[in-house]
Design a protein. Structure first.
Length: 233
């Protein structure tokens, strides 16, 4: 009986995907929107200066609005009795805004390369188009990748968690097979040509954007599934 109860409790425990130590918490809404607001506002006026098309200002303006709504909800959620589902969806949205403005920093590194730029510089730059297109495709792909883990866990009734924990562990034989000097050689192959040609800043911008876009969707997907879990429970 005791064993059955513990198994039921384990099955009811909310699953969270890879790259996350713990699942998304409701307390995120009390901190992260405040962190997001200053850079979003700064980029809205700095990067959006002279924006004749209005796309950059539009995107950053939406980011500011989402974080302002999140701040308001964090201040008044005790009195307004906001549902936890809505809070989790807001967490997914303002984490997306975090990804947008941090990726925008990478875009600045890609486009600027030591030169002064304006909003129109982003529209006229081929590197900006490649960067934006690549990260958009990568973002959508990672949303499907992380969602797969949740669907897999649902099909196996929680049995997949132990396998995933072993896979993410450094004891995984897959990680042990990679030689210790592999990452050094890999880094030199990409860094040295960029350093010699004066495009090191562009390389760092691309690497920063790729790393952020690979990791942040894990939190976004977890927040959405947390809202779904709250609705079902």
């Amino acid at each position: 009986m005791v064993k059955n109860k513990s198994m039921k409790k384990q099955n009811k425990e909310r699953y969270h995907g890879p790259l996350i130590t713990n699942g998304v918490q409701l307390s995120y809404i009390k901190v992260y929107p405040w962190i997001n607001l200053p850079p979003c506002i700064f980029l809205y006026f700095a990067a959006g200066f002279g924006d004749t098309i209005g796309f950059i200002k539009g995107v950053l303006g939406i980011c500011i609005l989402i974080n302002l709504i999140s701040v308001a909800c964090s201040l008044f959620m005790k009195w307004l009795k906001i549902s936890t589902q809505l809070i989790y969806f807001l967490i997914a949205l303002f984490v997306t805004t975090t990804l947008i403005w941090t990726d925008f920093l990478g875009l600045l590194m890609v486009v600027a390369n030591g030169q002064s730029i304006s909003a129109n510089s982003f529209y006229q730059s081929r590197l900006a188009f490649i960067y934006s297109f690549l990260l958009t495709i990568l973002f959508v792909a990672m949303l499907f990748v992380y969602s797969y883990f949740y669907r897999r866990d649902s099909r196996t009734n929680g049995a997949y968690r132990s396998k995933e924990a072993k896979f993410n562990s450094w004891d995984n034989p897959l990680f042990k097979r990679i030689p210790s000097n592999f990452w050094l050689i890999f880094g030199l192959v990409f860094t040295v040509p960029s350093l010699l040609t004066g495009h090191l800043q562009n390389l760092f911008g691309f690497v920063l954007g790729i790393l952020l876009t690979v990791t942040f969707p894990a939190v976004i997907v977890d927040a959405v599934y947390a809202a779904i879990y709250e609705r079902k429970s």
